[in-house]
Unconditional design. Sequence first.
Length: 69
Amino acid sequence: MARRRKYGLSFSWKRALGISAAKARLSRRTGIPLTRSGRQRKLGRMLGCCVFFVLLVGGLTAMAVWLMV
């Protein structure tokens, strides 16, 4: 469900204290997102590129075991 946009002025105490900027700097410095969705996206990208490699290694291992029997 989408959040409704607030019209007019809005105040964020986290932005006023610099918490948002500190979290953003930390995320950029470590390379690990602090939000749950950001971590899930990063993990999905990492696993997505490894799927072919895992299938290839698994297939070769299964073939080696089958030839030994």
